[in-house]
Write a protein that binds this ligand. Structure first.
Ligand code: ZN
Length: 86
């Protein structure tokens, strides 16, 4: 098998916190609740509040479909942090 890649234009979709200052990022501890649909634990980058959301933010949107971080889809995550610059 061969992996082929090309550049595409997509949207970077953030979930904003109620505090209006931060955005939600996945926490580095096992963030998934095994519910249906699954829920991922996020923490606000500003006020630190934790919430569960049914998708792992930030999301990329391409051709009206959401794409999530690959390592957030595994049931067990490694403890290394996922970080993005704003
Ligand atoms: Zn906040």
């Amino acid at each position: 098998m061969t992996i082929k890649s090309r550049k595409v234009e997509c949207e970077f979709k953030e979930m904003l916190c109620k505090c209006d200052k931060g955005v939600y990022r996945l926490t580095d501890k096992l963030p998934i609740e095994d519910t249906n649909p699954k829920q991922w634990r996020h923490r606000c980058t500003s006020c630190g509040v934790e919430v569960y959301i049914t998708a792992a933010y930030p999301l990329l949107v391409y051709k009206e479909r959401d794409f999530m971080l690959a390592d957030s889809l595994r049931f067990e995550r490694h403890s290394k942090k996922v970080s993005f610059s704003k």
